[in-house]
Design a protein around this ligand. Structure first.
Ligand SMILES: Cc1ncc(COP(=O)(O)O)c(CNc2co[nH]c2=O)c1O
Length: 411
Protein backbone atom coordinates (compact mmCIF):
# COMPACT_ATOMS: atom_id res chain seq x y z
CA UNK A 1 0.00 0.00 0.00
CA UNK A 2 1.41 3.41 -0.99
CA UNK A 3 1.92 6.07 1.67
CA UNK A 4 -0.99 8.18 0.41
CA UNK A 5 -3.49 5.33 0.77
CA UNK A 6 -2.05 4.39 4.16
CA UNK A 7 -2.14 7.89 5.64
CA UNK A 8 -5.20 9.35 3.92
CA UNK A 9 -7.56 8.40 6.75
CA UNK A 10 -5.60 10.70 9.07
CA UNK A 11 -7.04 13.67 7.12
CA UNK A 12 -10.82 13.97 7.64
CA UNK A 13 -11.15 16.86 5.17
CA UNK A 14 -10.16 14.64 2.25
CA UNK A 15 -13.25 12.47 2.67
CA UNK A 16 -15.76 14.64 0.87
CA UNK A 17 -17.17 15.01 -2.59
CA UNK A 18 -16.96 18.16 -4.68
CA UNK A 19 -19.55 18.55 -7.45
CA UNK A 20 -20.53 14.91 -6.83
CA UNK A 21 -16.98 13.71 -7.45
CA UNK A 22 -14.40 12.54 -4.87
CA UNK A 23 -12.26 15.51 -3.80
CA UNK A 24 -8.77 15.39 -5.26
CA UNK A 25 -6.81 18.05 -3.38
CA UNK A 26 -3.76 19.06 -5.40
CA UNK A 27 -3.16 22.58 -4.01
CA UNK A 28 -0.67 21.62 -1.29
CA UNK A 29 1.87 24.25 -2.36
CA UNK A 30 -0.72 26.85 -1.29
CA UNK A 31 -1.54 25.12 1.96
CA UNK A 32 -1.63 21.55 3.23
CA UNK A 33 -4.34 19.81 5.23
CA UNK A 34 -3.98 18.89 8.91
CA UNK A 35 -4.03 15.33 10.24
CA UNK A 36 -6.19 14.37 13.22
CA UNK A 37 -3.00 14.17 15.28
CA UNK A 38 -2.41 17.91 14.78
CA UNK A 39 -6.06 18.84 15.28
CA UNK A 40 -6.23 16.76 18.48
CA UNK A 41 -2.98 18.16 19.88
CA UNK A 42 -4.24 21.72 19.45
CA UNK A 43 -7.64 20.88 20.94
CA UNK A 44 -6.03 19.12 23.91
CA UNK A 45 -3.83 22.13 24.62
CA UNK A 46 -6.78 24.52 24.46
CA UNK A 47 -8.96 22.20 26.54
CA UNK A 48 -6.36 21.45 29.25
CA UNK A 49 -3.24 23.63 29.26
CA UNK A 50 -3.94 27.05 27.75
CA UNK A 51 -2.64 30.10 29.63
CA UNK A 52 -0.32 32.97 28.81
CA UNK A 53 3.34 31.98 28.74
CA UNK A 54 6.59 32.95 30.42
CA UNK A 55 5.26 35.06 33.29
CA UNK A 56 2.54 33.01 34.94
CA UNK A 57 3.31 31.64 38.40
CA UNK A 58 0.23 29.41 38.37
CA UNK A 59 0.16 25.82 37.19
CA UNK A 60 -1.54 26.34 33.85
CA UNK A 61 0.91 29.09 33.00
CA UNK A 62 3.77 26.75 33.77
CA UNK A 63 2.26 23.98 31.65
CA UNK A 64 1.58 26.35 28.73
CA UNK A 65 5.16 27.67 28.90
CA UNK A 66 6.54 24.13 29.02
CA UNK A 67 4.47 23.12 25.98
CA UNK A 68 5.43 26.23 24.03
CA UNK A 69 9.16 25.88 24.68
CA UNK A 70 9.00 22.12 24.05
CA UNK A 71 7.57 23.00 20.62
CA UNK A 72 10.59 25.22 20.00
CA UNK A 73 12.96 22.40 20.96
CA UNK A 74 11.05 20.10 18.60
CA UNK A 75 11.55 22.57 15.75
CA UNK A 76 15.25 22.78 16.62
CA UNK A 77 15.65 19.04 16.35
CA UNK A 78 13.58 18.90 13.14
CA UNK A 79 15.83 21.33 11.28
CA UNK A 80 18.95 20.35 13.24
CA UNK A 81 19.66 23.84 14.55
CA UNK A 82 22.46 24.17 17.09
CA UNK A 83 20.41 26.00 19.72
CA UNK A 84 16.82 27.00 20.51
CA UNK A 85 18.22 30.55 20.61
CA UNK A 86 18.29 30.23 16.81
CA UNK A 87 14.62 29.21 16.46
CA UNK A 88 12.20 32.14 16.34
CA UNK A 89 8.44 31.66 16.07
CA UNK A 90 6.84 33.99 13.53
CA UNK A 91 3.51 34.23 11.73
CA UNK A 92 4.95 32.39 8.74
CA UNK A 93 7.51 32.52 5.95
CA UNK A 94 6.52 36.02 4.88
CA UNK A 95 7.03 37.45 8.36
CA UNK A 96 10.29 35.54 8.76
CA UNK A 97 11.74 36.93 5.55
CA UNK A 98 10.58 40.45 6.38
CA UNK A 99 12.34 40.26 9.74
CA UNK A 100 15.62 39.33 8.07
CA UNK A 101 15.31 42.04 5.42
CA UNK A 102 14.45 44.69 7.99
CA UNK A 103 16.68 43.75 10.90
CA UNK A 104 19.69 42.00 9.38
CA UNK A 105 19.46 44.19 6.30
CA UNK A 106 19.66 47.32 8.42
CA UNK A 107 22.91 46.31 10.09
CA UNK A 108 24.60 44.56 7.17
CA UNK A 109 23.65 46.30 3.93
CA UNK A 110 25.13 49.61 2.80
CA UNK A 111 24.71 51.77 -0.32
CA UNK A 112 26.15 50.04 -3.38
CA UNK A 113 25.98 46.54 -1.90
CA UNK A 114 24.42 43.71 -3.94
CA UNK A 115 21.44 41.57 -2.97
CA UNK A 116 21.22 38.49 -5.23
CA UNK A 117 17.83 37.00 -6.05
CA UNK A 118 16.33 34.80 -8.77
CA UNK A 119 13.42 35.36 -11.17
CA UNK A 120 11.71 32.31 -9.62
CA UNK A 121 11.22 33.76 -6.15
CA UNK A 122 7.86 34.10 -4.39
CA UNK A 123 6.91 37.72 -3.72
CA UNK A 124 7.60 37.09 -0.01
CA UNK A 125 11.26 36.65 -1.00
CA UNK A 126 11.34 39.55 -3.43
CA UNK A 127 9.38 42.53 -2.12
CA UNK A 128 11.10 42.76 1.30
CA UNK A 129 14.46 42.91 -0.51
CA UNK A 130 13.13 45.57 -2.87
CA UNK A 131 12.19 47.67 0.17
CA UNK A 132 15.62 47.11 1.75
CA UNK A 133 17.38 48.05 -1.50
CA UNK A 134 15.37 51.28 -1.70
CA UNK A 135 16.06 52.13 1.96
CA UNK A 136 19.78 51.53 1.59
CA UNK A 137 20.41 52.42 -2.10
CA UNK A 138 21.59 48.85 -2.56
CA UNK A 139 21.46 46.86 -5.82
CA UNK A 140 19.05 44.02 -6.60
CA UNK A 141 20.88 41.57 -8.88
CA UNK A 142 18.85 38.80 -10.51
CA UNK A 143 20.46 35.45 -11.26
CA UNK A 144 19.39 33.98 -14.61
CA UNK A 145 17.44 30.74 -14.93
CA UNK A 146 18.40 28.14 -17.50
CA UNK A 147 16.02 26.96 -20.24
CA UNK A 148 14.24 24.57 -17.84
CA UNK A 149 13.91 27.09 -15.01
CA UNK A 150 16.84 25.96 -12.88
CA UNK A 151 19.15 28.52 -11.30
CA UNK A 152 22.00 29.24 -13.73
CA UNK A 153 24.97 28.49 -11.48
CA UNK A 154 27.45 29.92 -14.00
CA UNK A 155 25.56 33.20 -14.00
CA UNK A 156 25.36 33.05 -10.21
CA UNK A 157 29.13 32.78 -9.88
CA UNK A 158 29.58 35.58 -12.42
CA UNK A 159 27.35 37.92 -10.44
CA UNK A 160 28.68 36.90 -7.01
CA UNK A 161 31.32 39.37 -5.85
CA UNK A 162 32.78 41.16 -2.85
CA UNK A 163 29.80 43.50 -3.18
CA UNK A 164 27.39 40.63 -2.44
CA UNK A 165 26.00 41.02 1.07
CA UNK A 166 22.88 38.86 0.76
CA UNK A 167 21.84 35.93 -1.43
CA UNK A 168 18.11 35.23 -0.97
CA UNK A 169 16.72 32.12 -2.66
CA UNK A 170 14.00 29.51 -2.32
CA UNK A 171 15.21 26.02 -1.50
CA UNK A 172 12.32 24.76 -3.65
CA UNK A 173 10.48 27.19 -5.95
CA UNK A 174 6.70 27.30 -5.65
CA UNK A 175 5.79 27.28 -9.36
CA UNK A 176 8.38 25.11 -11.09
CA UNK A 177 9.21 22.97 -8.06
CA UNK A 178 12.90 23.25 -8.83
CA UNK A 179 15.28 22.24 -6.04
CA UNK A 180 18.12 24.76 -5.70
CA UNK A 181 21.64 23.54 -4.72
CA UNK A 182 21.57 25.51 -1.48
CA UNK A 183 24.60 23.86 0.17
CA UNK A 184 26.87 24.81 -2.76
CA UNK A 185 25.28 28.26 -3.01
CA UNK A 186 25.92 28.83 0.70
CA UNK A 187 29.57 27.80 0.33
CA UNK A 188 30.13 30.13 -2.62
CA UNK A 189 28.26 32.98 -0.89
CA UNK A 190 30.39 32.68 2.25
CA UNK A 191 33.58 32.71 0.16
CA UNK A 192 32.81 36.32 -0.84
CA UNK A 193 31.68 37.29 2.66
CA UNK A 194 27.94 37.25 2.01
CA UNK A 195 25.11 35.58 3.91
CA UNK A 196 22.44 33.29 2.47
CA UNK A 197 18.76 33.63 3.34
CA UNK A 198 16.70 30.59 2.35
CA UNK A 199 12.97 30.52 1.74
CA UNK A 200 12.09 27.02 2.89
CA UNK A 201 8.31 27.24 2.54
CA UNK A 202 8.19 24.61 -0.23
CA UNK A 203 11.10 22.44 0.86
CA UNK A 204 10.34 21.65 4.51
CA UNK A 205 7.18 19.60 3.65
CA UNK A 206 9.00 17.52 1.06
CA UNK A 207 12.49 16.75 2.36
CA UNK A 208 14.67 16.60 5.45
CA UNK A 209 16.30 19.97 6.17
CA UNK A 210 19.57 20.23 8.14
CA UNK A 211 20.44 23.91 8.52
CA UNK A 212 23.89 23.16 9.96
CA UNK A 213 24.79 20.79 7.11
CA UNK A 214 23.52 23.34 4.56
CA UNK A 215 25.38 26.03 6.51
CA UNK A 216 22.66 28.60 5.77
CA UNK A 217 22.54 31.82 7.73
CA UNK A 218 18.73 32.12 7.78
CA UNK A 219 15.98 29.64 6.89
CA UNK A 220 12.25 30.50 6.84
CA UNK A 221 9.17 28.30 6.67
CA UNK A 222 5.44 28.13 7.52
CA UNK A 223 3.48 25.66 9.63
CA UNK A 224 0.55 25.49 7.21
CA UNK A 225 2.78 24.27 4.36
CA UNK A 226 3.87 21.23 6.39
CA UNK A 227 0.54 19.85 7.67
CA UNK A 228 0.42 22.27 10.61
CA UNK A 229 -1.80 25.29 11.36
CA UNK A 230 -1.77 28.71 9.77
CA UNK A 231 -0.46 31.68 11.76
CA UNK A 232 2.74 29.98 12.90
CA UNK A 233 6.11 29.85 11.15
CA UNK A 234 9.77 29.73 11.93
CA UNK A 235 12.79 31.88 11.29
CA UNK A 236 16.04 30.03 11.84
CA UNK A 237 19.06 32.31 12.14
CA UNK A 238 22.66 31.70 13.16
CA UNK A 239 23.04 32.97 16.72
CA UNK A 240 25.90 35.30 15.75
CA UNK A 241 23.60 37.18 13.35
CA UNK A 242 20.53 37.22 15.62
CA UNK A 243 22.63 38.68 18.45
CA UNK A 244 23.60 41.60 16.17
CA UNK A 245 20.03 42.20 15.00
CA UNK A 246 17.56 44.56 16.64
CA UNK A 247 13.99 43.42 17.31
CA UNK A 248 11.44 44.22 14.63
CA UNK A 249 8.39 44.35 16.89
CA UNK A 250 8.33 45.85 20.40
CA UNK A 251 6.24 45.48 23.54
CA UNK A 252 5.73 42.78 26.15
CA UNK A 253 7.66 39.47 26.30
CA UNK A 254 10.66 40.83 24.35
CA UNK A 255 11.99 43.23 27.02
CA UNK A 256 14.37 42.82 29.93
CA UNK A 257 13.55 46.18 31.52
CA UNK A 258 11.45 49.16 30.43
CA UNK A 259 12.53 52.59 31.67
CA UNK A 260 10.60 55.78 30.92
CA UNK A 261 12.67 56.67 27.85
CA UNK A 262 14.45 53.49 26.85
CA UNK A 263 14.35 49.75 27.34
CA UNK A 264 16.62 46.73 27.27
CA UNK A 265 15.83 43.53 25.44
CA UNK A 266 15.28 39.95 26.52
CA UNK A 267 17.74 37.24 25.49
CA UNK A 268 17.34 35.17 22.34
CA UNK A 269 14.96 33.90 21.10
CA UNK A 270 12.46 35.99 23.07
CA UNK A 271 14.02 39.29 21.93
CA UNK A 272 12.14 38.85 18.66
CA UNK A 273 8.84 37.55 20.04
CA UNK A 274 6.83 40.60 21.10
CA UNK A 275 3.37 40.15 22.54
CA UNK A 276 1.41 37.03 23.42
CA UNK A 277 2.62 34.29 21.07
CA UNK A 278 0.54 31.81 19.12
CA UNK A 279 0.85 29.00 21.66
CA UNK A 280 -1.81 26.81 20.02
CA UNK A 281 -0.15 27.28 16.64
CA UNK A 282 3.28 26.36 17.99
CA UNK A 283 1.88 23.22 19.57
CA UNK A 284 0.12 22.36 16.33
CA UNK A 285 3.38 22.87 14.42
CA UNK A 286 5.16 20.62 16.89
CA UNK A 287 2.50 17.95 16.44
CA UNK A 288 2.95 18.23 12.66
CA UNK A 289 6.69 17.70 13.12
CA UNK A 290 5.98 14.60 15.22
CA UNK A 291 3.62 13.35 12.51
CA UNK A 292 6.17 13.88 9.72
CA UNK A 293 8.98 12.41 11.80
CA UNK A 294 6.93 9.29 12.51
CA UNK A 295 6.45 8.75 8.77
CA UNK A 296 9.98 9.86 7.88
CA UNK A 297 10.91 12.63 5.44
CA UNK A 298 12.75 10.15 3.23
CA UNK A 299 9.60 8.03 2.97
CA UNK A 300 7.57 11.13 2.08
CA UNK A 301 10.11 12.25 -0.52
CA UNK A 302 10.23 8.76 -2.08
CA UNK A 303 6.42 8.60 -2.19
CA UNK A 304 6.08 11.97 -3.89
CA UNK A 305 8.94 11.22 -6.30
CA UNK A 306 7.25 7.94 -7.31
CA UNK A 307 3.97 9.77 -7.97
CA UNK A 308 5.78 12.53 -9.88
CA UNK A 309 7.59 9.93 -12.03
CA UNK A 310 4.15 8.61 -12.99
CA UNK A 311 2.15 11.79 -13.49
CA UNK A 312 4.64 14.16 -15.11
CA UNK A 313 5.25 12.06 -18.27
CA UNK A 314 1.49 11.45 -18.56
CA UNK A 315 0.79 15.18 -18.42
CA UNK A 316 3.65 15.98 -20.79
CA UNK A 317 2.21 13.44 -23.27
CA UNK A 318 -1.17 15.18 -23.56
CA UNK A 319 -1.23 17.10 -26.84
CA UNK A 320 -1.90 20.80 -26.30
CA UNK A 321 -0.65 20.83 -22.71
CA UNK A 322 2.45 22.88 -21.84
CA UNK A 323 4.31 21.75 -18.72
CA UNK A 324 6.74 24.29 -17.26
CA UNK A 325 10.03 23.64 -15.47
CA UNK A 326 12.47 20.75 -15.63
CA UNK A 327 11.64 17.86 -17.96
CA UNK A 328 12.82 15.32 -15.42
CA UNK A 329 10.31 14.30 -12.69
CA UNK A 330 13.10 14.01 -10.11
CA UNK A 331 13.67 17.76 -10.36
CA UNK A 332 10.08 18.62 -9.36
CA UNK A 333 9.61 18.67 -5.58
CA UNK A 334 5.93 17.96 -5.56
CA UNK A 335 4.89 20.85 -7.84
CA UNK A 336 3.82 20.92 -11.52
CA UNK A 337 2.93 24.11 -13.37
CA UNK A 338 1.06 23.57 -16.62
CA UNK A 339 -1.32 25.22 -19.07
CA UNK A 340 -3.77 23.84 -21.60
CA UNK A 341 -2.91 25.82 -24.71
CA UNK A 342 -5.54 28.41 -25.61
CA UNK A 343 -7.55 28.04 -22.36
CA UNK A 344 -7.17 30.54 -19.53
CA UNK A 345 -5.86 28.85 -16.38
CA UNK A 346 -8.84 30.13 -14.40
CA UNK A 347 -11.19 28.38 -16.85
CA UNK A 348 -9.11 25.21 -16.58
CA UNK A 349 -9.18 25.28 -12.78
CA UNK A 350 -12.94 25.92 -12.78
CA UNK A 351 -13.58 23.03 -15.15
CA UNK A 352 -11.35 20.75 -13.07
CA UNK A 353 -13.17 21.79 -9.90
CA UNK A 354 -16.37 20.67 -11.61
CA UNK A 355 -14.68 17.25 -11.71
CA UNK A 356 -13.65 17.36 -8.05
CA UNK A 357 -10.02 18.26 -8.71
CA UNK A 358 -8.56 21.24 -6.80
CA UNK A 359 -5.62 22.88 -8.58
CA UNK A 360 -4.45 26.48 -8.38
CA UNK A 361 -4.62 29.05 -11.16
CA UNK A 362 -2.89 32.42 -11.28
CA UNK A 363 0.53 33.94 -10.89
CA UNK A 364 1.19 32.16 -7.58
CA UNK A 365 2.78 35.32 -6.11
CA UNK A 366 5.56 34.89 -8.66
CA UNK A 367 4.84 37.60 -11.24
CA UNK A 368 8.51 38.03 -12.31
CA UNK A 369 8.56 34.31 -13.09
CA UNK A 370 5.33 34.60 -15.12
CA UNK A 371 7.09 37.29 -17.17
CA UNK A 372 10.12 35.01 -17.57
CA UNK A 373 7.81 32.20 -18.69
CA UNK A 374 6.07 34.69 -21.00
CA UNK A 375 2.60 33.86 -19.60
CA UNK A 376 0.06 35.81 -17.56
CA UNK A 377 -0.73 32.83 -15.34
CA UNK A 378 -0.45 29.07 -15.04
CA UNK A 379 -2.27 26.18 -13.51
CA UNK A 380 -0.43 24.36 -10.75
CA UNK A 381 -0.92 20.91 -9.27
CA UNK A 382 0.97 20.19 -6.06
CA UNK A 383 1.25 16.86 -4.27
CA UNK A 384 1.19 16.00 -0.59
CA UNK A 385 2.02 12.94 1.48
CA UNK A 386 -1.65 11.91 1.24
CA UNK A 387 -1.79 12.11 -2.55
CA UNK A 388 -2.64 8.74 -4.10
CA UNK A 389 -2.30 7.15 -7.53
CA UNK A 390 -6.10 7.33 -7.80
CA UNK A 391 -5.88 11.09 -7.21
CA UNK A 392 -3.45 11.45 -10.08
CA UNK A 393 -5.49 9.24 -12.38
CA UNK A 394 -8.51 11.49 -11.72
CA UNK A 395 -6.31 14.55 -12.28
CA UNK A 396 -5.07 13.36 -15.68
CA UNK A 397 -8.62 12.39 -16.72
CA UNK A 398 -9.84 15.86 -15.66
CA UNK A 399 -7.14 17.60 -17.72
CA UNK A 400 -8.09 15.57 -20.81
CA UNK A 401 -11.82 16.13 -20.25
CA UNK A 402 -11.26 19.87 -19.70
CA UNK A 403 -9.30 20.14 -22.93
CA UNK A 404 -12.02 18.27 -24.82
CA UNK A 405 -14.77 20.38 -23.18
CA UNK A 406 -13.28 23.63 -24.37
CA UNK A 407 -12.54 22.17 -27.80
CA UNK A 408 -15.95 20.57 -28.44
CA UNK A 409 -18.22 21.47 -25.53
CA UNK A 410 -18.61 18.14 -23.77
CA UNK A 411 -17.22 17.17 -20.32
C1 LIG B 1 8.18 29.71 -1.84
C2 LIG B 1 7.21 30.46 -0.94
N1 LIG B 1 7.69 31.44 -0.14
C3 LIG B 1 6.87 32.13 0.69
C4 LIG B 1 5.51 31.86 0.73
C5 LIG B 1 4.64 32.65 1.71
O1 LIG B 1 4.24 31.76 2.73
P1 LIG B 1 3.19 32.31 3.83
O2 LIG B 1 3.88 33.44 4.53
O3 LIG B 1 2.92 31.13 4.72
O4 LIG B 1 2.00 32.75 3.05
C6 LIG B 1 4.98 30.86 -0.09
C7 LIG B 1 3.49 30.61 -0.08
N2 LIG B 1 3.04 30.13 -1.36
C8 LIG B 1 1.79 30.10 -1.74
C9 LIG B 1 0.68 30.48 -1.09
O5 LIG B 1 -0.40 30.23 -1.92
N3 LIG B 1 0.05 29.70 -3.10
C10 LIG B 1 1.41 29.61 -3.01
O6 LIG B 1 2.17 29.19 -3.88
C11 LIG B 1 5.83 30.14 -0.93
O7 LIG B 1 5.38 29.15 -1.73
Amino acid sequence: MMLGDKRRNDFPILYQTVNDEPLVYLDNAATTQKPRQVLEAMSYYDEHDHANVHRGVHTLGARATEAYEAARENVRQFIHAHSTKEVLFTRGTTTSLNWVAQSYGDVAVEAGDDILLSYAEHHANLVPWQQLAKRKQANLVYIDLDEEGRLDMTDFQTKLSSKTKIVALAHVTNVLGTIQPIKEIARLTHEVGGVIVVDGAQSVPHMAVDVQDLDVDFYAFSGHKMYGPTGIGVLYGKEKWLEQMSPVEFGGEMIEFVHLYNSTWADLPWKFEAGTPNMTGAIGLSAAIDYLTTIGMTTIMQHEQALMADVLPRLQAIEGVTVFGPTSPSEHAGVIAFNIDGIHPHDVATAMDMQGVAVRAGHHCAQPLMKWLDVQATNRASLGLYTTQADLNQFIQAVIATKEFFQNGTI
